[in-house]
Design a protein around this ligand. Structure first.
Ligand SMILES: Nc1ncnc2c1ncn2[C@@H]1O[C@H](COP(=O)(O)OP(=O)(O)O)[C@@H](O)[C@H]1O
Ligand SMILES: [Mg+2]
Length: 370
């Protein structure tokens, strides 16, 4: 009898469009079973770093020095996170096959004649400081093959949450929101903003980085005219494949719209922004009546108000978090990048045609050796 292939260890490092924290997982991937998370770590990004990232992302800003400084600084932060995971789990670096590091997106512009997506966080530094092969730049090859470069997680969602039972969808509520419709013909796309506008308004009116549990939103009343105005954003009507970022949903765009609503109470605006996120999700799922179960992940899974808004508009759907399928919603995205690193080192091509729109199967990511 042939011995089964041994389980391999991977690290996944993720910092999403919320710019809230670096999330890291160390996980074991058996050859033919579900991944098992061994250690987790979340390191918040401080206000200064978030401000600099915001500055870099303002359309038209082009400070290459700042970009390269942050590339270096974030590389060290990601390496710190990986080293912390190793020491927490008492796992030596040589036991880990590879690290998958998403990096911090500062530009995502997959349309047009010069499409690109740029993530900062020097992976050469991560590889050298940890002694572990590090996979980064997961989006460029997909874009070169005509894809959006995003979202990439639906392929992972299918691998870990796809079942032959009741038809499932996965909703990731990060800074942006993306939906995966699971099944042999898995598809997925960004449906609109997730938490990004809620965070922005919470910072402005509560002085908090986010609206904890959606409590502020839950005290307000949705303004139908503002909601209608938000829904006129051209991204909302575009058919998939599509992906979005802070280029589309940012303070400049929101303030431009809000100038037409000078008398609205801040809590009513928060409620309307939450409803806007919910409607984006509902628009994606309303045309998919065969979906029976919705598994939510990402930080927005903790926003009870937001989940209530989605449930109210989709009463037939059985809604829970990914915990129900064995993975804590906070770590799903980081685990996805550990899984993507595994696909890369095994040279597995992913067929993302129905997700990103790539014209051919693609091997994603670039490997930096220590
Ligand atoms: N208790 C909570 N209540 C409401 N929102 C929360 C809570 N915890 C986290 N969040 C939201 O989740 C966001 C982080 O989610 P995350 O999945 O890390 O997104 P990203 O991948 O974009 O970084 C925070 O910015 C915040 O909006
Ligand atoms: Mg985050």
């Amino acid at each position: 009898m042939i011995d089964p292939a041994p389980a391999e260890l991977f690290i996944g490092l993720m910092s999403g469009t919320s710019q809230d924290a670096i999330d890291g997982v160390l996980a074991e991937f058996p050859a033919d079973a579900q991944p098992r998370i061994i250690a987790t770590r979340s390191t918040p990004l401080e206000a200064r770093l978030r401000r600099q990232l915001d500055e870099l992302q303002r359309p038209g800003s082009g400070d290459l020095d700042l970009a390269l400084r942050l590339h270096h600084e974030l590389g060290h932060r990601f390496a710190d996170c990986a080293l912390n995971l190793l020491s927490t789990a008492r796992v030596p670096p040589h036991a880990v096959r590879a690290i998958g590091s998403h990096g911090q997106t500062v530009r995502h512009s997959p349309e047009g004649t010069a499409p690109y997506s740029l993530q900062l966080g020097n992976a050469a530094l991560i590889a050298v400081r940890t002694g572990i092969a590090t996979v980064a730049d997961f989006r460029s090859t997909d874009i070169a093959a005509g894809g959006q470069g995003a979202p990439l997680a639906p392929a992972f969602h299918q691998a870990v949450f796809g079942t032959t039972g009741r038809r499932r969808a996965v909703l990731n509520l990060g800074g942006m929101a993306n939906v995966s419709l699971l099944g042999a013909d898995v598809s997925g796309w960004d449906v609109g903003p997730g938490n990004v506008l809620l965070d922005l308004w919470a910072l402005r009116h509560l002085g908090q980085p986010f609206d904890a549990d959606g409590r502020f939103a839950s005290t307000g009343t949705v303004d139908a005219s503002l909601l209608a105005a938000l829904l006129t954003h051209p991204f909302m009507a575009r058919p998939p494949p599509k992906s979005t970022g802070r280029e589309d949903f940012n303070p400049r765009w929101l303030d431009g719209l809000l100038a037409g609503f000078p008398n609205l109470h801040p809590a009513d605006i928060q409620a309307t922004l939450a409803e806007f996120t919910a409607v984006g999700v509902v628009q994606a799922l309303a045309s998919q009546p065969e979906v029976e179960v919705l598994l939510v992940c990402g930080g927005g899974a903790r926003n009870a108000d937001l989940l209530r808004r989605i449930a109210r508009r989709l009463p037939a759907l059985d809604i829970g978090t990914t915990s129900r399928a064995g993975i804590d919603p906070q770590w799903v995205e980081a685990l996805a990048f550990a899984w993507l690193a595994r696909q890369r080192v095994h040279e597995t091509a992913l067929d993302l045609g129905r997700i990103t729109g790539a014209r051919q199967p693609v091997i994603l990511g670039c490997i930096y050796m220590p």
